[in-house]
Ligand binder design. Sequence first.
Ligand code: IPM
Ligand code: MG
Length: 357
Amino acid sequence: MKIAVLPGDGIGPEIVAQAVKVLNALNLSISMTEAPIGGAGYEAAGDPLPDATLQLAKEADAVLLGAVGDWKYDKLERHLRPERGLLRIRKELNLFANLRPALLYPELANASTLKPEVVSGLDIMIVRELTGDIYFGQPRGISTLPNGEREGINTMRYCESEIRRIGRVAFDIAMKRRKNNQKAKVCSVDKANVLETTELWRQVIIELSAEYPEVELSHMYVDNAAMQLIRAPKQFDVMVTGNIFGDILSDEASMLTGSIGMLPSASLDANNKGMYEPSHGSAPDIAGKDIANPLATILSASMMLRYTFSDETNALKIEDAVKKALALGYRTADIVTDGCKKVGCSEMGDAVVAALN
Ligand code: IPM
Ligand code: MG
């Protein structure tokens, strides 16, 4: 198994180091090779996605990524900014399916800003389309109109096949997640009352649902979904949505779980090759201080074992070790509550490694 390790910027290197530590402790036959991306790529090769990094990622079975971005690059030309590197690697590797589970660990019920009874037992999977929509649609850009005024343009677009393949991922995951005799549920999120792109989205998802009679399909407008996620999040099982709505709703869902520092993600192509990264950003304000929460990255490594390497045993081992470390009271600053042991980033990594055995 070949893994490309791309730590990136900000807290990226510290959190990735903890996930690498956990993977090494499992004694798997994997080889890991590091390369720069984002601001680090720009520093190393003048490109947020250096050719060598892309090549390495293409040749690997999976990619483990930290985070990209730092304010100091905000003044660069758009194509040189760190975020471009991330968007390009997603597109180049055809990673159209972004899975962002929002799962509340019982120990963290008090870390959420919502009442414990609203979030306890929460287990949502957000399936976000990742290579289309307004993120990549053409035309785009900022230009000057004949009257001298500037105009900004982005284009929201989806074609049927793009909607169908992400819909399929969502329905398949819902089937796999079905517990006991409960019906699998998919909620498709759109803005079909206003945007034609998502009117088509809804039509295609409805057509596709005929192939999944066991799954209960519902539809929700994105504004209502944002509200329902806070009002009664446990009504959701799998949510499927486009790139921009998924970006926003997954940040919102992360706060139900106590901290965005707990949320892993997987971005998959059609063959389950994947890139695994925490859902959170590079947090340059706390970079290098050894206080970031590495659990989202460690849990991303667990998703890597599950989805790309079909190694459910070791995926569960990592998840159990995270639960055990939390049960023992270890907490980074973002999730600490009274009576817990406040630890730094690398200490949290050590606690998970210790809990593996
Ligand atoms: C995410 C991030 C990225 C996105 C940014 C950094 C380009 O917010 O992964 O959710 O918008 O997709
Ligand atoms: Mg985001």
